[in-house]
Design a protein around this ligand. Sequence first.
Ligand code: GLY
Ligand code: MN
Ligand code: MN
Length: 452
Amino acid sequence: MTQNYLANTELPLTEFTTRRERFFASMPENSIALFPAAIELTRSNDTEYPFCQNKNFYYLTGFPEPDAVLLLIKAEVNRVVLFSREKDAFKEVWQGRRIGQELAVSTYGLDECFTLDQQDLLIPDYMTDKTTLLYCMGENEPVSQTFETKVFDWLKAVKAKARLGKKAPTKLVDCSAIIHEMRLIKSEAELAVMRKVNQISGVAHQRAMQKSAVGKFEYQIEAEILHEFAINGAKAPAYTSIVAGGDNGNILHYTENSDCLKDNEMLLIDAGGELAGYAADITRTFPINGVFTAEQKAIYQLVLDSQAIAIQDIKPQNTLAHLNKLTCDFLTEGLYNLGILKGDLNTLIEQKACKKYFIHGLGHWLGLDVHDVGDYQSNQKREQLRAFEAGMVMTIEPGLYIPLDELSVEEKWRGIAVRIEDNILVTETGYENLTVNAPKEIAEIETLMANS
Ligand code: GLY
Ligand code: MN
Ligand code: MN
């Protein structure tokens, strides 16, 4: 059977219909769930930021337009209803094509589709006599702020008809957890997209290494990365690329990317493409002139080895808390051996002394969002106790950061920042590293850069 792929999703329609069926199965009897699309956001005057679809809405529909609302109505026969922008010849000439209601129904596997101006009339009708109303509360401000106001207006409209015997839902349920749990476990079709976007992003990191040179600007290397994403099919980055030379690498989310690259410094690049909504999140750190100094090599190898130790223990039932402990113990001992941490080693390990220089978490879920949804089951001590399951994808990204103004260490270490980040899938028997082609061994990087 030929699969009906939805435009720009890399996924067949059946992927989306199956997701909706699974969501329906989690809904209480006689209920209705509402999911808003994202809205366009003004950048300045009459220009907008590039549009990014609401990820929950996208996950359930694959529908690309702003302003739409999805209704999943659970009754004896479940119904999938969409409200979307109406066709408008004038606006389509100025702003772009609109799918319209007829094509939306046939392409996206809906039962019905209405224009946006029918929402206030029809949504209260769909809510009438339902017991439970579900929506994702408090997500994606400012979209949901506007949306929540509308939800309560629709509820009020039903309640206003109480004397006609109409009943409004009495239970409001936040369905974020349901959809987040679904999104946390990736299907084979999703994994195919994530492998592809990792492959594309890996090529971009190779290019960045090849194009780096003393005297170039960080934003010029950023442009090389964006170029490689796009020519390989990832139209945009999943997040603003971090291209941080030297001490800028010590600013975790440095995105100014405006400085000149200097000799004997390293370049930390945290950049991943987005493909069909799915993110890659890869970091590589390498010497701008192509050759690591002794100090850079020592810190880099320590981070690289700590990453290997964490990755090799990924399998079902293990936890981020466990990986964090392995990494922290290893980094603490390594920093002690380099003379950067001083004192009694056992005490340092107990105190997690490496956290002075390893100042962020080890990793996070990855998927439609770069910091993807899904409960980490963190305890009061911020240990993440969620047992891994096959189909979860996470980043593993240890780093060490020694800013120029860190006067408690010898001068030779100051200004070094290293993060190495791969994207890892949990499989039934262990793991699969999706980050296949972004060089990270010291010899590999130096050889690539020497031959560029
Ligand atoms: N790119 C952001 C992060 O690594 O978490
Ligand atoms: Mn990350
Ligand atoms: Mn990252």
